[in-house]
Design a protein around this ligand. Structure first.
Ligand code: MG
Length: 391
């Protein structure tokens, strides 16, 4: 029997959280020895309760206090520790009994708890790209200082890590991030203005949460991934390229100085990169769907249309500016996506608001964590105030 590893899941009721629990169940069925020791959710206590029954963790965190009290009333003398609010979350991150944190809260909310787990020297399987986007330097420094390991769950970054393994960093020429192109790849630019929330949420290849699905439709997701790759793999922006690959079979590639390219392929299923982050650098058996090349039949590639999907340029611009610019980019995007999902702005106004925020809010160099929080707040306020002028 392998040594037991305790897993905490930040965002256990979200898309990545649910897949992570499936991965753990499947690995244990294949002879591995993982325990789920903590489950963290914001509000979804009904699903959390089912997860508790199945995985029997040491404790749970419910960030919403009211829901936490409601959840406590469900319990019948069970020996489950129930923590609540930000304070409860930070207690568990700093002192909880777990080896690996799967960090999969959506957006900026993931930053503080992820940093706390890194400070506690834990291994972090990072599914929350926004954490790297807004505070990449601080995250890397914290991991280094506390000898914590940071592993990507994002499929592109998992692919790059797999291509990197066994290679010398000096032999890398560039990273090539693949993008499906989202649901509007073949639409004319002029048609984008009036696309609906339902159309934007209808991703051709991946089933994901709402925020990331909208980011995939605007291609901001790829912009955020360029920034994430920069901080994870320490390469300059001009060595990180995006290529559209609508089949989502190649999850990313690395080109080496001799002109050779390594790619990682697989079905578009997040369970594969989640499992790799948990078993890295080893691999263990899984029963997930395999590629049948007679059905795939073709792999195609094209350049991204940055005239149509301008957020790609906004992301590169923020990355080159550095400082708090990436935090502004991210916060403005989170706020604008929220407004679009509430049907308060048009699809194309997401990109306009993000670029406006970037142009209007000056970037601070080498920010500390409080300055990042300040930039985040300023950018959100900016977007909500600007939105008033649209209507
Ligand atoms: Mg991705």
């Amino acid at each position: 029997m392998r040594t037991n590893r305790g897993i905490a899941i930040l965002g256990s009721t979200g898309s990545i959280g649910k897949s992570s629990l499936d991965v753990i169940t499947s690995m244990n069925e294949h002879g591995e020895n993982y325990s789920v020791t903590y489950l963290v959710t914001n509000r979804n206590i009904d699903l959390l309760y089912q997860q508790v029954k199945k995985f029997n963790p040491i404790g749970v965190v419910i960030i919403d206090e009211e829901r936490a009290n409601q959840f406590r009333s469900y319990l019948n003398g069970e020996k489950l520790k129930v923590y609540s609010g930000e304070a409860g979350l930070m207690d568990v991150m700093a002192g909880g009994e777990f080896d690996v944190l799967i960090s999969s809260l959506v957006g900026f909310a993931g930053l503080r708890p992820t940093l706390a787990a890194l400070r506690a020297g834990k291994t972090v399987a990072l599914a929350n790209k926004e954490t790297m986007v807004v505070a990449g330097e601080i995250v890397n420094e914290t991991a280094r200082k506390h000898k914590a390991t940071l592993l990507p769950v994002d499929s592109e970054h998992s692919a790059i890590l797999q291509c990197f393994t066994g290679e010398d960093k000096g032999s890398i020429a560039k990273l090539i991030l693949t993008a499906s192109g989202g649901p509007f790849l073949c639409r004319d630019k002029s048609e984008l203005e009036n696309v609906t929330v339902e159309e934007a949420l209808n991703h051709p290849n991946w089933r994901m949460g709402n925020k990331i699905t909208i980011d995939s439709a605007t291609l901001m997701n790829k912009g955020l991934e360029v920034i994430e790759a920069h901080y994870l793999f320490d390469l300059p922006p001009d060595k990180i390229e995006i290529v559209i690959h609508p089949q989502s079979i190649i999850h990313s590639m690395v080109e080496f100085v001799d002109g050779s390219i390594k790619a990682q392929l697989g079905m578009p299923d997040m369970k594969i990169p989640i499992q790799y982050a948990l078993t890295y650098p080893d691999r263990v058996r899984s029963g997930y769907q395999r590629i049948d090349f007679s059905k795939v039949s073709q792999l195609t590639f094209m350049k991204p249309d940055v005239e149509k999907f301008t957020l790609i340029n906004s992301a590169y611009e923020a990355l080159r500016q550095g400082g708090t610019a990436t935090a502004v980019l991210n916060a403005a995007n989170e706020a604008a996506v929220d407004l679009f999902l509430q049907r308060k702005i048009k699809f194309t106004q997401i990109a306009e608001l993000v670029q406006d925020a970037l142009d209007s809010i000056p970037s601070k160099c080498s920010p500390d964590i409080e300055e990042i929080f300040e930039a985040d707040r300023t950018a959100r306020q900016y977007v909500y105030a600007e939105m008033e002028h649209f209507n």
